[in-house]
Every structure is written in C-alpha cells, then in structure tokens.
Design a protein around this ligand. Sequence first.
Ligand code: NAP
Length: 348
Amino acid sequence: MKYRYLGRSGLLVSRLCLGTMTFGNAQWGCDEEGASAIVRQFVDGGGNFIDTADGYSGGEAERILGVAIRDFDRDNLVIATKCWFPTGPAVTARGLSRKHIITACERSLKRLGVDHIDLYQFHGPDPYTPIEESLRAADDLVRAGKVRYIGCSNFYGWQIAKANVLAEAKGLASPISAQHLYNLIRRDIEREILPAAADAGVGMICWSPLAAGMLSGKYRNQGAPDAQSRMGIQAAVTMPRYWFEDALKLIDLVVEIAQRLGYTPSQVALSWLFGDHQVTAAIIGARNADQVKENLLAGDIDLSAEIREELTQALPLNHGYPFEWTDNNLRSTFKNAEFEPRHRVRLP
Ligand SMILES: NC(=O)c1ccc[n+]([C@@H]2O[C@H](COP(=O)([O-])OP(=O)(O)OC[C@H]3O[C@@H](n4cnc5c(N)ncnc54)[C@H](OP(=O)(O)O)[C@@H]3O)[C@@H](O)[C@H]2O)c1
C-alpha cells in the first residue's frame, strides 16, 4: 500500500480509503459481521484511512464502524466522517449551521465510540448558511480536540476557493480535502473543482471510483445490470450517470488493458486515478471482503504514462470555455517565459 499526504497537510493516508456507505444497508450492503470482515481485510492490507458519514444507513454505518475498529489501535487509523444530511425531523437537524455541526459531531463521536475524528467533512454546500459560520464552528471543534482536520465534499470550485481564503484570513482551520465524484467515466471535476483544489492545496478524495461497479467490467455484454446489484437497485441514479454507449466502449478498453497487464479491470480503473498526484485517495466501497481484497492491490499499482493516456483519451472530456480560450491565447501571450505557468490552474 502506498501513502499520500492529504492536500497540504501533514496527514499521511493510504491512497485507498475504505468507504462505509454499504455498512448496515440491507439492500446492497453488509451487516455488522460483514463490515468487521471488510475492515479487517482493509487494515491487514495496509489501509489506514476510513470514510463514513452520519447520513449512511441513518447513523448505523458509524455505529457498525465503531464496533469494527475496536479490534485495532485507534491511533493508527485515520477516521473521517461528515455532516450535512438530515439527522432527524427537526428543521435545524441538517446543513452546516453552527448548531447542527456541533450537535452532529457530538453524535458521530458517540456512535463511533471515539474521542476525536481525524477528518470532519462538510458533506455538501449549504446555500443558506454563511460559510464563515460553518468554518468557525468546525474550528471550535478542532480547538476543543474533537476534530483534527476539516474537509469538504461536493463543493463547487469557487466554494473551495472561498472557504480556504476566508479560513486563512480569519485564522481558522482550513479545509485540507475535498471529496468528489471522480472516475474514468465521469471526469466533470477536471473543469473547475480540481483546479480550485490544486490552487488551495486541497487534496482530492474520489468517491464512486468504480462507477457503482460498472468499471469492474461485470456488466459487459449485458443489456442491463443484475437486479440485486448496486447498479440495479439504484438504477434511477446510476444508469443515466454511467450507462451510455461511450462509457461501455471505455469499459471494453479497461478490460482489454487489464488483460494485457495481468490486473483486473477494477484495479486498472482505480490506479488510473493515482496517476494524478492531486488525487490523494480513492474511496473503495464494498459489499464484501473479497471485493476489498481485489481492490486493495490497486494501492500499489502505478500505470505507465502511456497506458494512463490511452485510458484518458478513450472517453475525452470536453473542458469547454474558458479552457478553450486560454488554450488558444495563453501560451502565445506568455511565450517569452522560460518555464510553464507558475500558477497552478491547469490547462486542458
Ligand atoms: N461524499 C459523497 O457525497 C459520497 C457519495 C457516495 C459515496 N461516498 C463514499 O465513497 C465510498 C465509495 O462510493 P461508491 O460505493 O459509490 O463506490 P463505487 O466504486 O462507485 O461502487 C462500489 C460498488 O461497486 C461494487 N464493487 C466494488 N468492488 C468491486 C469489484 N472488485 N468487483 C465487482 N464489483 C465491485 C460493489 O457493489 P455491488 O457488489 O452491489 O455491485 C460496491 O458497493 C462510499 O462508501 C462512501 O464512503 C461519498
């Protein structure tokens, strides 16, 4: 297992993070015993980074994770959780208000059975609460010793930039990580989110790295996913997101490259993410320990630049404007400079 520093922080995490959205999910997940087997497989395989959220299985995922980690030295693990989704019927029990963040954190600590959370993440942006209020509440949790670092998830690029500039200006704890949807099929974050995160020194933690299981190649030559699979059960969301002609062609290439290299398609799809050093970790979600065992090997695989490029070009991303404008004008305008642009905003 290889390890990467999370953004600009000194926190070293395994580049595979264990996701727990399956824990306690009766339809496409696992029970307490299955979850403990998954955690054991992951930690024994060198993983130290585990992601959960108070919204997963109505809090059950945190409780079950708390049971599973009792077998291990808590100090050797990096436990991440999140708040934002409703935790009850009260109108205040959601979002990123000071009131909710502090209550949600206290409850997560109890469910997990730990005295601190290593990475406390805002699960999504709250359009009604000033970000300064949320940052101050998170900073208080850091100062109280209940949280070590803070991060965000599903933020727009400008929100990542604003949160970091504000936190720095006010002397508050700055978000060191962003958690976003990123995989070979859906590369939307390359437009505005990865550049914003790079500029702020924020590390990317990718969710759904296997596109709900599609990139394992298991649905190839099928007209539809198996009804009891994650893809099948969540079809209303997953099918329009991942199941289209160009994606199916890309998956054929992932399978072909996997055969060429002696890996599995899942291992190839996961390791493609690590070719970009701004990606700190990919969060592997699993139904059972066998899936974890297979996916864990990607923690050590580095694809060659040529193979990575072949995969990247198989389903190209149209970056659109203003990338198109900068591509046409920037290099010619600044052609007298000896080196590449100093600022970290990427060009397509
Ligand atoms: N911040 C956010 O908003 C957000 C959103 C979503 C997820 N997350 C985090 O990211 C984690 C992963 O997300 P995800 O579950 O959507 O990831 P994913 O990589 O898109 O899908 C994981 C699913 O793929 C299948 N799978 C996994 N390994 C496989 C293998 N080797 N072979 C065949 N099938 C395999 C399993 O489902 P089946 O066995 O049912 O096919 C598994 O549940 C979550 O647990 C959570 O921690 C965060």
